[in-house]
Design a protein around this ligand. Structure first.
Ligand code: PAF
Length: 283
């Protein structure tokens, strides 16, 4: 496995290949990321993982400075998962000058849910992902594939729409959420949890499950019942000491409030102590 740090070196490493399959990450890798790498392997002739903690998607009060940087351990895990090339640029390599040009996603998708609680987050994500696509795929001659985790459900949707609207010749592939045995969705931020918080953390996915069950039971008149069901789900977590940002049922197509007959997804984000966890569940 080759580890490269500059755009020029990545392009040189990829030149002999036709069909890169890219897994963008911010490092501190867990089994969820490695499953994405394994999913990427048969989709191209070279598997690339990027590791870059992208300042643009963090608000000033968020955890950019403390986000765990574990390059050595990440590389060992990636090698074992069959990754061919790791692209781990420094900030100076990625943003040699202030990134004045940005990709501005549409507010109807990017300013709701995660985007409402993390203003500017999806602009930062789209900008770095667009840049990673340019870096990894510009010289590809065959199929171009990028794999993203379904745990970041809204992120996946934003990226799919960006690719569609810019007519980028890239297949976006979703990898399912990997979970710990108790059901907690794997996340780099789980490492912030204390032992007691870790034991409690599964309650987010349990709350989403319960909300999903309630929503299906109220399917005949969901629009009328949903606000109360969502409020009850939030109150349930709050009573256990969480600070929920949102727990809600949306239609899968565009994450807007559901209309009768829509396919549904339950999404949630909540603070447990100083850690913000997100999860989702298609129902
Ligand atoms: O999901 C992530 O880890 C990040 O948002 C991504 C897609 C690597 C962009 O920085």
């Amino acid at each position: 496995m080759q580890v490269v740090h500059t755009i020029a070196d990545l392009r040189a490493a990829l030149r002999p290949f036709n069909a890169p399959a890219l897994v963008p990450t911010m490092g501190n890798l867990h089994a969820g990321h490695l499953a994405l790498v394994k999913a990427a392997r048969p989709l191209g002739d070279v598997t690339v993982a990027s590791i870059f903690v992208n300042r643009l998607q963090f608000a000033p009060h968020e955890d950019f400075d403390t986000y765990p940087r574990t390059l050595q351990a990440d590389c060992e895990k990636l090698a074992a998962a069959g990754c061919d090339v790791v692209f781990a640029p420094s900030e100076r390599d990625m943003y040699p000058e202030p990134q004045g040009f940005k990709v501005l996603p549409p507010p109807d998708l990017a300013d709701i849910l995660e985007g409402h609680f993390r203003p500017g987050f999806f602009t930062g994500v789209c900008t770095v992902v667009m840049k990673l696509f340019q870096i990894a795929f510009a010289e590809a001659k065959g199929r171009r594939t990028a794999v993203f985790g379904q745990k970041d459900y809204q992120q996946l949707m934003v990226i799919r729409r960006m690719v569609r609207q810019f007519a980028l010749p890239i297949d976006i592939v979703a990898g399912p959420t990997e979970r710990a045995p108790d059901g907690l969705a794997l996340s780099s931020r789980n490492g912030y949890l204390s032992e007691a918080e870790r034991a409690e953390a599964v309650q987010l996915s349990l709350a989403l499950r319960a909300l999903g069950r309630d929503a299906l039971a109220a399917a005949d008149d969901l629009q009328r019942h949903l606000p109360a069901l969502e409020a009850r789900a939030m109150q349930g977590l709050a009573a256990r000491g969480w600070k929920p940002d949102y727990l809600c049922v949306r239609r899968r197509e565009d994450l807007q409030p559901p209309q009768p007959g829509d396919a549904l997804v339950v999404l949630g984000a909540a603070w447990l102590g100083k850690t913000r966890l997100i999860d989702n569940l298609e129902i």
